[in-house]
Design a protein around this ligand. Structure first.
Ligand SMILES: Nc1ncnc2c1ncn2[C@@H]1O[C@H](COP(=O)(O)OP(=O)(O)OP(=O)(O)O)[C@@H](O)[C@H]1O
Ligand SMILES: [Mg+2]
Length: 253
């Protein structure tokens, strides 16, 4: 098992209110799996990715990565672990704006204290892999959205992480660029990378092999993906369910 999330909660204190963004969530992920995470807006998907990738702290529960309990790791240990084991792809790309593609990709290697020439070699190799071998010196502003996301993917991969987390990686892209990103993710999974991807689109989710659906901070579905139709149906049912609950509440009043 590569990642074990055990009874994890993440609560936010907002004045007198507590928002239970994640409520006692457990999930076990094997090496090489490809998960799609779906669920209504506000159901805890991004919070889950942030907690599971050690970007955010949890309120209670345990996280076990590659057989090690990492729950109590301090900031230094956490960033080291993220640098070595985790690649994160954001919806908004999160590239440094005035920095070339090659230097954006090299950033994790700077933190990992890899020497200059090795840094360049690996960054170029990664950019070639995502089809940007001819755009090394371009800054993000000189690249299309799809190209920027490919730079971000190269950056997420350059340290050869064991798990890739992606929060709506195609969410800000036109459909053609989105398809390119999906193809990349499929290839990476074929190479054996473990991928955990949040998406709103059944079309995108159906490239994954396992579907996890969140609702109100809890997992309400965890099943193998057999077809796109099935993903559409499950996703639809859960959103409908939420609507019908709201209507019921209104009727009671
Ligand atoms: N920093 C924060 N402070 C307070 N509440 C937060 C914070 N981050 C998230 N939340 C709340 O936690 C809940 C889960 O949010 P989260 O961002 O995980 O949802 P999501 O499923 O990713 O939604 P979306 O599909 O809209 O991206 C929401 O109610 C949100 O308002
Ligand atoms: Mg989100």
């Amino acid at each position: 098992m590569i990642l074990k999330i055990n009874k994890v909660s993440k609560h936010y204190q907002m004045g007198d209110n507590v928002i239970k963004a994640l409520n006692n969530v457990s999930l076990e992920i094997e090496e090489g799996e490809f998960l799609a995470i779906m669920g209504p807006s506000g159901s805890g998907k991004s919070t889950f990715l942030q907690v599971a990738s050690m970007l955010a702290h949890l309120t209670s529960g345990q996280i076990n990565l590659k057989g090690k309990d990492v729950t109590e790791y301090n900031e230094i240990e956490r960033s080291k672990l993220r640098n070595q084991e985790i690649g994160f792809i954001f919806q908004q790309f999160n590239l440094l704006p005035r920095t070339s593609a090659i230097d954006n990709v090299a950033l994790p290697l700077v933190y990992a204290k890899v020497n200059n020439s090795e840094r360049d070699r690996r960054s170029i190799e990664m950019l070639q892999k995502v089809g940007l071998g001819d755009r090394l010196q371009n800054t993000p502003a000189q690249l299309s959205g799809g190209q920027q996301q490919r730079v971000a993917i190269a950056r997420a991969l350059v340290n050869n992480p064991s798990i890739i987390f992606a929060d709506e990686p195609a969410g800000n892209l036109d459909s053609k660029s989105g398809e390119e990103i999906k193809k990349l993710l499929i290839d990476l999974n074929k190479e054996g990378k473990t991928i955990i991807m949040v998406t709103h689109e059944p079309d995108d989710a159906s490239i994954a092999k396992r579907l996890v659906i969140f609702k109100d901070g809890e997992i309400v579905n965890d099943s193998k993906i057999k077809s796109k139709k099935e993903v559409e149906k499950k996703n639809h049912n859960i959103i409908q369910d939420k609507l019908s609950k709201k209507t019921k509440l209104k009727k009671k009043k």
